[in-house]
Every structure is written in structure tokens, then in C-alpha cells.
Design a protein around this ligand. Structure first.
Ligand code: GLY
Length: 628
């Protein structure tokens, strides 16, 4: 980027073409200036960009953009590559959610490729003889796997919104699996941490450890020939390369060896569902995220609605007064989550009521600004409306990636195996891990799952149902309805509050995406009644929170790993830079009898930030052609 361009990017105040066209001021978040004195800086690109939790996979996506692919092509290529290079979360044996924004149609679609319960699954399948939840069975047995959705979901996105062939987007992942890649510090350490679980399964032991059972050191090459063959079958046969034929037979053989319930019919019946994103206005922005069966979008919007009633900026970022309001909003939203959220194809989820600003005002009115409430006193709240100890010991290894292309198409994708390396069971001969997403169902009303989340009837196990998720792939739009942020995170139950804090940091505190990512985060989820917090919240603030009555967890570690792209300050020509006749056409189209004014070419400047809370993440940008 030239210096001149850089200056134009960073000094973006006032009169943008976007604001003229839409007759409104630019939303607050676009007034931000990249401050050369800031402690954290994003990666900048004036073409396309990919941000993911693993740098090789980000580069795969950016290479697809450089070859002329769009954001959806890049996302699908990145998703398949992560299945090879980030096996603890990237996957073909799991499921997830993708938000796609199509610039030409100004349309945003939510693609649900969440796992489905097998047809022979039943409500009490994880209860033991005493009626207690058998957590080993729910989390680490063959029964813990739902029918995988990732392959169907990525192919659906490519077929409907991509431009390249499946072979083209899969080839980099096939090459990485067949030829191997250098093991990162992160991969080496995560395999060491999960050694016991993975070595319980002969196939996983063979795939992820050396013949003598020792782990791979950073820099050593990990090849996955069985996975390469499975990816090759998908490239050749599409969806049938996974849900039928040899891959399906290998999966069935694994089911038979371990006594699993999943059948060939379950695989054949797997359905991707396109849903309407759940959107809400937050100050001058529109926030769109994943609807049920994820709870992410509904509760993020619910919490933003509560918080919108206060001038958060004046309280100071991460001050006690600010964090108190966040905690009390989170407490109420998660109480509602426990009762009202589940798969909307099986349970009537009251999305409109939960995201109604009047309901948020009612909840806001119940919050004592000086004292913490106790979770045991808070109940799911819609019935009052006139409208109608640990987080869990398991590490969550969902992963998020964002892609943005030169035409303004955007993808925000979160997918997962649930826990790190899922159930730990690999499909022998097929080279991929199975998820343990069945644990996201409520195995028993009130019994916490692996993230300490409780639920009831709405999220009970039923054949063909999708377990409730917290994944929150998000795209934010400015007042002119242009996308300005794609973000999301892993983190199990904490995902929703993490993504919300990204939005608050950017909208209320004018942070760049890099500063917003680096800022310390907190989390509360009603039960357990604890405030989880990262290092970086001051001891004085923590003392004030304690004095207000909050119970603080002092071993939180880190919260999430957002992978975000911000379109901060489009390179909008200043008003005086536009030729007078064109300016008149833009400003007064009716007077000139012009129905739809010709929009000048506005080149997006993208700002990407990989979250280094998880090592190895990275931003990769589209290569420029020489003329650029
Ligand atoms: N498996 C974590 C989630 O979907 O929220």
C-alpha cells in the first residue's frame, strides 16, 4: 500500500460517499482513526483477506482469493484446510454455522450445518441406572457423535454462492494431508495435552502420534494419507464422497466396532438448512448473527438491547460500573437460554420476544446499578413480560474464520467438533475425527453439560434434532447497510459474550479491530454464579466488583479466540474530490430524474486481526496484481 493510500485510509472523517448516498451520518464505528500510537495494529489490505486460527489455512484461503475466487470459495477452501492443519477443531466430522453476505444482492444468509441426532437417539440415552448423566458416554463414546454436517455445509455454500469447482477449493487441503505440513507449536502441544483420550482410540493413536506413541515435535512433518483419500473422494464425488460409498462404509464399520447408533440412512438424510439470520439494531449499527439452533445471535442481541439503554462509553472501558452492567445482562440472557432455546424445527423458540427492545427494557429496569443480583433469584424471564464453579472442565475447541473478498462478499464461519479433538475417536481408514456434539443437548433437565450449561425440554435429545449451540458467527453493518465487521470465536458457552464484547469495544469505545481483540474479556452465564475474567482487568476493578457482591472466578485463563475482519473507514473520497456533476447526481438523484444513482467505485480497505490467545492464528491477504 502506498503512503498516500495509507493516509487516506487513516484520516477518514466526515463526508463519505456512503453517507451522502444514504442521507445519513456515518455510523460511529466508521469515524475511528487508526491511531499510530495504539498498542495493537491490524493487518491492512485493499483487496481480499482471510483470518483464521491457523496460518497455513488462512494462506490457502487467500491464495484462492488471489486466483479470482470469491469470499465463499476462500471460506470453503479454508474450512477444508483447517480440517487438516487444526485437527482439534477444524473438521469434516463435525458441524457448524456460516453467515454469508452477498454484496451484489445486499443479502445475508445463515447456513446451518449443525450435526443432527441419529434417528435411533433417544431422550435418556446418556442416563445411567441411577438416572444420572453418564458423562463419559455423553462426551467420549461413539454415542457422543451427531451426524456430521461440515462436508454437506461447505459443499452447499460452494454450490450456491461460490464460483470455483469443489476440486479447486479442496486441492490445497488434499495436498496438505497427503504431503504433510510442519507441525506447529500449538498442534504439538495440543496433541500432548489430549494424548490420553486420543490414544484410547487405536485409529486416533495411529493418525496423530508416531509408531512408538510419542508426539510430533514442532517442525516435524505430519502427513494424513487416509484423510487425503477421504478428501479426494469428496473432491471427486461431492457430497456422496462422504455420506455414501467408501467413506460412509468406513464410518459404519467404526459404528459397528464401537456399538454406535448412526446408520447409513442417517448419513443419507443429513440436511443443510438455510435460515434467516437473527438481526438487531445496536446504536447506529445492525448486528446479524446465527439464529437457533444456535443461541448465539438471539442472546447477543438480547444483551446488546439491554446495554443500549446506558451510555457505556461514559462509564469507561472495563470499569467496574461497566462490567457490572455486562454481568447483569449476561446473567439474565443465559437464564433465558436455559429454558427457551433449542432446535426451532422441534421447539417454538420465542426469538422475536427475546430480541424485543421492550423486553430488554424490562430486564434493564430490574438491574440494581449498585449491587450484584444472585443467579438463584433470577429465573427465565419471558413470563414476567407483557409480551407474551467452573465453566466445565473441558476445553472448547470450536474455531472461527472470516473471509472478505474484493467485491465486498463476506463470510463469517464457526465450526467445531465440540471438545478439543471431539470425541477422540477417529474413523479408521477415513482419517477424520468424530465430534462429541451430542453433549450439547441437555441430557437431563438441570444437569450441566461440558460447559456448565443447563437446559430442559427445548434442548432435550430427539431423533433428527440439532443440539443447541453457542456459536455466534457475526456480521455487523453500518447505517448505510454496508458490512463493517465479520467476527466470531470458539469458547463453548463463552462465545456469545466474547463476540458481544468485540462489538461493544468497536461501537462504544471506537477501538480498531486489533485493540478490540486484545482487550481483556469477562464472562458470566447465570450458572455457575461466577464472573470469569481474563488477566488485564485491574485489581481495583475486581475489588469494586466484589464489593458490589459479585463472585469472581480466579482461574479463568483466556476467553476465546476471535478471528475478525473490519472494514473500518471505506476509502471514501472526500466530498471535494468528487467531480461536481457526479456529486450532484449522488446528492440529488430525484431532482436530476436519476432513479438509482451510479455509485462511484469505493474500494474497501480491510483490517484483519487474528487473536493470539491461541498460538498459530494468522491473517493472510490476497496478492495484488502488478497494476495495483
Ligand atoms: N459445541 C459448542 C457449541 O456449539 O456451542
Amino acid at each position: 500500500m502506498t503512503n498516500n493510500l495509507f493516509l487516506r485510509v487513516v484520516i477518514l472523517i466526515g463526508f463519505s460517499i456512503g453517507s451522502v448516498l444514504h442521507g445519513s451520518l456515518v455510523a460511529a464505528s466508521e469515524k475511528a482513526i487508526l491511531d499510530p500510537n495504539a498498542r495493537f495494529h491490524p493487518v491492512v489490505s485493499n483487496s481480499g483477506m482471510v483470518v483464521s486460527q491457523e496460518m497455513i489455512a488462512s494462506q490457502v484461503g487467500a491464495d484462492i482469493l488471489s486466483r479470482g475466487g470469491n469470499a465463499i470459495d476462500a471460506a470453503v477452501a479454508t474450512g477444508f484446510a483447517l480440517a487438516v492443519t487444526l485437527p482439534r477443531a477444524g473438521n469434516i466430522g463435525g458441524g457448524g454455522f456460516m453467515l454469508v453476505h452477498l454484496a451484489a444482492e445486499n443479502k445475508t444468509i445463515a447456513i446451518d450445518y449443525r450435526e443432527m441426532a441419529p434417528a435411533s437417539a433417544y431422550k435418556d440415552m446418556f442416563l445411567d441406572a441411577e438416572g444420572d448423566v453418564d458423562n463419559l458416554r455423553a462426551r467420549f463414546s461413539i454415542h457422543s457423535s451427531g451426524v456430521p454436517g461440515t462436508v454437506a455445509g461447505l459443499i452447499h455454500a460452494l454450490d450456491n454462492y461460490g464460483t470455483l469447482s469443489l476440486k479447486q477449493v479442496l486441492q490445497p487441503a488434499i495436498d496438505l494431508a497427503r504431503n504433510g505440513f510442519a507441525v506447529s507449536v500449538d498442534l504439538s502441544e495440543s496433541l500432548l495435552a489430549r494424548k490420553q483420550t486420543l490414544q484410547n482410540d487405536p485409529a486416533s493413536k495411529g493418525y496423530f502420534y508416531k509408531a512408538d506413541g510419542s508426539g510430533y515435535q514442532p517442525g516435524e512433518i505430519l502427513a494424513q494419507p487416509d484423510l487425503a483419500k477421504t478428501l479426494g473422494r469428496i473432491a471427486d464425488k461431492g457430497r456422496a464422497g462422504f455420506y455414501q460409498g467408501r467413506t460412509a462404509d468406513l464410518l459404519m464399520a467404526q459404528m459397528q466396532r464401537n456399538g454406535g447408533l448412526m446408520s447409513l440412512q442417517d448419513l443419507a438424510n443429513y440436511q443443510v438448512v438455510e435460515r434467516t439470520p437473527v438481526c438487531g439494531d445496536y446504536r447506529h449499527n445492525r448486528v446479524c448473527a446465527m439464529p437457533p439452533p444456535s443461541s448465539g445471535g438471539v442472546h447477543m442481541i438480547q444483551m446488546l438491547n439491554i446495554l443500549e439503554g446506558w451510555d457505556l462509553r461514559s462509564l469507561g472501558h472495563n470499569s467496574a460500573a461497566y462490567l457490572h452492567r455486562l454481568v447483569e445482562s449476561m446473567r439474565r440472557a443465559y437464564a433465558d437460554r436455559s429454558q427457551y432455546l433449542g432446535d426451532p424445527d422441534f421447539f417454538p423458540v420465542p426469538v422475536a420476544q427475546l430480541t424485543d427492545k421492550k423486553y430488554a427494557a424490562l430486564l434493564r429496569g430490574q438491574i440494581d446499578l449498585q449491587h450484584a443480583s444472585r443467579s438463584e433469584d433470577i429465573r427465565p424471564g419471558l413470563s414476567q413480560s407483557t409480551l407474551g464453579s467452573a465453566l466445565g472442565s473441558e476445553s472448547s475447541e470450536t474455531t472461527h474464520f472470516s473471509t472478505w473478498d474484493q467485491w465486498g462478499n463476506v463470510v463469517s464461519n464457526t465450526y467445531t467438533l465440540n471438545f478439543s479433538y471431539g470425541s477422540g475417536i477417529s474413523v479408521a481408514g477415513a482419517g477424520f475425527l468424530l465430534n462429541n456434539e451430542m453433549d450439547d443437548f441437555s441430557a437431563k433437565p438441570g444437569a450441566p453439560n461440558g460447559y456448565g450449561l443447563v437446559g430442559g425440554e427445548a434442548n432435550a435429545i430427539q431423533p433428527g434434532k440439532r443440539p443447541l449451540s453457542s456459536m455466534t458467527p457475526t456480521i455487523m453493518f453500518n447505517r448505510a447497510d454496508e458490512p463493517i465487521l465479520a467476527t466470531g470465536s470458539p469458547g463453548g458457552s463463552t462465545i456469545i459474550t466474547i463476540v458481544m464484547q468485540m462489538i461493544l469495544n468497536i461501537v462504544d469505545f471506537d477501538m480498531s479491530v486489533a485493540e478490540a481483540t486484545a482487550a481483556a474479556r469477562i464472562h458470566h452465564q447465570w450458572l455457575p454464579d461466577s464472573v470469569f475474567y481474563e488477566s488485564g482487568i485491574s485489581v481495583d476493578t475486581l475489588r469494586l466488583l466484589r464489593e458490589m457482591g459479585h463472585q469472581l472466578d480466579d482461574k479463568t485463563g483466556v476467553l476465546g479466540s476471535t478471528q475478525s475482519i473490519q472494514r473500518l473507514g471505506v476509502e471514501s473520497p472526500q466530498r471535494e474530490e468528487i467531480e461536481a456533476p457526479q456529486r450532484e447526481e449522488i446528492e440529488s438523484p430525484q431532482r436530476l430524474g436519476v432513479e438509482s444513482p451510479q455509485r462511484p467505485v469505493i474500494k474497501s480497505i480491510l483490517y484483519g486481526t487474528a487473536d493470539y490467545r491461541r498460538a498459530g492464528s494468522g491473517v493472510a491477504i490476497q496478492r495484488q496484481s502488478p497494476k495495483d
